[in-house]
Ligand binder design. Structure first.
Ligand SMILES: [Mg+2]
Length: 361
């Protein structure tokens, strides 16, 4: 049998504790509860993929994702990993209704294919940008917590703070002032995760400006179907307005671009899988739309895969791949190319994603 034929697969739960709950306006993660998907080729090489379960955002559950990944494994067994595009297309058809599973299965195929080729996933996607520095998220909580977290992460070397807002406006003002006080020269991104109406968002941004706080990007200020609200804010606000929840499919992004409703799009592999994420990248680049690379709550494995994708293709204005810093020990090894101040040094990775579970090879 050829060494590149996919021989085995496994699906297991990937659990880990967090330092602090990851809370946004639409819900909260108290721990990491993802799924690990492993493929093994006849020659013994393995490829790994991670499914990020974010039920409060996508409606997808872990139970269903485990089932989908078992189906993906059966579909892939016997296929030649060297024909990775054939495998990715087959998964696209089979797993369209469960994007977390789609992303994980495609991640494992690409990890295996690039390990077999002896190149990194970053090289595979084009090797454009060797280093990416991520922002770090200030989750929803009190102003005191925002202050001490920002202070700590600023001291660790972070200088872009993505502040989650949208639970309580007065508290959000206090939190943003706390972030600015803790890191005066740092950049601020805002992400409301659908919490406002368009007029309310405009008021919020104007009130922040009056306090001297000018975010560099405003992500998903309004509910996902409020495309008019996005368009209104894109026309009225000085900073890019970025679609995240509103950009869940290729069709969504077509529509957002055609109607000139946003000036930036957040690409997440968990929303789109790798093939369509690549298509969204091309569409956005052609239309002059800015790009954010984002993720759900993901370990070093899926975060690094997203970094390879973004650094390989290039052209990303905002990098939001910080969730490994919220996880105590995901059990993943090899991620030394992600430094304590949030820099992914992708040109240091020899093959594949470069991250595997402890004991894996
Ligand atoms: Mg977001």
């Amino acid at each position: 049998m050829k060494d590149t034929i996919i021989k085995k697969f496994s699906v297991r739960e990937l659990d880990a504790e967090l330092f602090t709950p990851f809370t946004i306006s639409s819900g909260s993660h108290k721990s990491l509860e993802n799924v690990l998907f492993t493929l093994e080729a006849a020659g013994g090489l393995k490829g790994y993929g991670e499914a990020a379960i974010a039920t409060h955002i996508t409606g997808e559950t872990r139970e269903r994702t485990v089932k989908s990944l078992k189906r993906a494994g059966e579909l892939l067994a016997g296929r030649d990993a060297a024909n990775y595009l054939g495998a990715l297309c087959a998964l696209e058809e089979a797993l369209d209704g469960n994007r977390a599973a789609l992303a994980a299965a495609q991640m494992a195929v690409l990890d295996l294919a690039t390990r077999l080729q002896g190149i990194s996933l970053w090289k595979f996607f084009g090797a454009r940008v060797p280093e990416l520095k991520t922002d770090v998220t200030v989750v929803i909580g009190g102003a005191e917590a925002a202050y001490s977290f920002t202070k700590k992460m600023r001291a660790a070397g972070f200088h872009i703070f993505k502040v989650k807002t949208g639970s309580d406006m007065d508290e959000d003002f206090r939190r943003l002032e706390a972030v600015r006080k803790a890191a005066p020269a740092s950049a601020i991104y805002l992400d409301a995760n659908c919490a406002y109406g368009a007029k309310e968002a405009e008021k919020f941004i104007n009130a922040l400006a009056a306090r001297g706080i000018r975010p560099q990007v405003l992500e998903q200020p309004v509910p996902k179907d409020d495309i008019e609200g996005l368009a209104y804010l894109t026309r009225r606000l000085p900073m890019p307005v970025c679609a995240d929840e509103s950009a869940y499919s290729l069709d969504d992004v077509f529509r957002l671009i055609r109607t000139r409703s946003v000036s930036a799009v957040n690409i997440k592999l968990t929303k789109l899988g790798f093939l369509r994420a690549r298509e969204v990248w091309a569409l956005a680049r052609a239309a002059g739309i800015k790009l954010m690379m984002g993720e759900m709550l993901e370990s070093e494995l899926a975060s690094a895969a997203a970094a390879h994708f973004a650094g390989g293709l290039g052209g990303f204005d905002f990098i939001d791949l910080d969730t490994p810093f919220f996880i105590k020990d995901s059990g993943m090894r090899g991620a030394g190319f992600l430094s304590g101040d949030g820099i992914y040094s992708l040109d240091g990775v020899k093959a594949g994603i470069g991250v595997q579970p402890a004991g894996g090879k």
